[in-house]
Design a protein around this ligand. Structure first.
Ligand code: GLV
Ligand code: MN
Ligand code: MN
Length: 421
């Protein structure tokens, strides 16, 4: 595939990313330092964004279908529809106070890759299918990659439908209210449904920018795990409950959070990370001693055994607090997934496309998770990273240049052409 035949329209991509970013409830302030986006799955903003994106898919003559959990598939038919398609895509939900590029580049950039192939009058034997996954972010239902987990069969339909949001509504209720009905068993896809899968994403880390490289060729995706943690103590009046009599749940939780940090640091490996990202304090009043705390813990490593050692250490630290501070500690696993290895043929296709265009590149590990982690259960996967400013992500000041994104879409388009041609 000659690179010069395929011309990516980076300006149009940027304009569409900006349009998508407008589907948000997040307040835009000077302090954000960028476009702040909050787009939680199945909210009004998410549904409006999906409706708008479906018009873009239709404008590109893609055949659109949606499954029972709202995963959306937009297919560009190949000359031999009997062959397994090549898949690409990502997510468009955004965590609270996020930026406008995480996931969205993989969807709108995937669309632009297909359009650039269409404009170049490329005809491919295999179909190319663009996928918009439901709830890659764990914000609403507490588990990441909801749509792709169900596709890959790593989450049972029963457990998924019973997941609760903060208002104690089940996924079953929420998805049905959003118009996605039917049995979740139908979301599962067979092995080999895609002959290859390639996801384009911003790096979300600093390496490409630091090393002045155009393209990251992902070799593996780190193994994520997450847990719901509860500390129950003994609350009461902040003035009257004497210090020696207290079993303050928040003080115990604070001590445990520091133990989490220490356990991750203790491995000495740069790839081990652990975060307590949410803390809810009960009853949450300035003049009341905290009686209960709920937290969410996120632990990742490219080495799942080392990750599990950290998990065991923090569990032990929690159990020690029971003795030391007289509180009850519970830690329940939400997910603990294995890492994924990218496919050498896809890696070489990405590297080949980079070379043809004169783009500098390196192989790298993805420390963030992606729907590709679960697509890897169904067949060979690869990922293309482009640099983002300062490596910043999950923040409003997340930023990627039009040039960086255009390079990524060019590599994606040529990779899709090679894999589907
Ligand atoms: C994805 O958003 C992640 O948390 O890695
Ligand atoms: Mn994200
Ligand atoms: Mn993402």
């Amino acid at each position: 595939m000659a690179s010069e035949a395929i011309a990516v329209d980076g300006r149009r991509l940027q304009a569409e990313l900006e349009q998508l970013a407008a589907f948000t409830r997040c307040e835009q302030t000077e302090r954000n330092g960028g476009t702040a986006v909050t787009r939680v799955v199945f909210t009004e903003d998410d549904m409006a964004a999906r409706a708008w994106m479906k018009t873009l898919f239709a404008d590109a003559s893609l055949q659109v279908r949606e499954d029972a959990v709202g995963n959306t598939f937009a297919r560009w038919q190949g000359t031999d529809p009997s062959l397994a398609a090549v898949g690409t895509g990502s997510h468009t939900d955004a965590i609270p106070h996020a930026g406008m590029y995480d996931g969205t580049l993989g969807v709108l950039g995937g669309l632009e890759a297909i359009r650039s192939l269409q404009r170049a009058s490329v005809r491919l034997r295999r179909s190319v299918e663009l996928v918009l996954f439901t709830a890659e972010e764990p914000t609403r239902f507490g588990i990441g990659c909801l749509g792709s987990r169900l596709m890959a069969g790593t989450l049972t339909p029963e457990r998924a439908d019973g997941l609760l949001d903060a208002e104690e509504q089940t996924l079953a209720e929420v998805r049905e209210a959003a118009g996605f009905v039917g049995d979740l068993t139908s979301v599962r896809l067979p092995q080999g449904v895609y002959s290859s899968w390639v996801e384009l994403h911003i790096e979300q880390g600093p390496l490409l920018e630091r090393e002045s490289l155009d393209i990251g060729v992902v070799s593996a995706i780190a193994a994520p795990a997450s847990y719901r943690v509860r500390v129950d103590g003994f609350g009461g009046h902040a003035g009257a409950l004497l210090m020696p009599d207290r079993r303050d749940a928040l003080c115990a939780a604070a001590e445990w959070i520091l133990a989490v940090e220490a356990a991750a640091l203790h491995t000495g490996a740069v790839d081990t990370v652990a975060t307590v990202g949410t803390v809810q304090v009960h009853p949450g009043a300035v003049n009341s001693v905290p009686s209960g705390v709920e937290m969410q813990l996120d632990v990742r490593d490219i080495d799942p055994e080392r990750r599990d050692m950290v998990v065991a250490a923090v569990r032990l630290a929690g159990e020690d607090l029971q003795e030391k501070r007289g509180v009850a500690f519970t830690m329940v696993e939400v997910n603990a997934d294995p890492p994924a290895t990218c496919d050498e043929t896809i890696i070489e296709a990405v590297e080949g496309a980079s070379k043809r265009n004169g783009f500098s590149f390196r192989r790298m590990v993805s420390r963030a998770y992606h729907d590709s982690l679960f697509m890897a259960r169904l067949g060979p996967v690869g990922m293309i990273f482009v640099p983002c400013r300062g490596g910043v992500s999950h923040r409003p000041d997340e930023f990627a240049t039009v040039e960086a994104m255009t390079n990524g879409v060019q590599v994606l388009a040529e990779t899709l052409a090679e894999l589907a041609g």
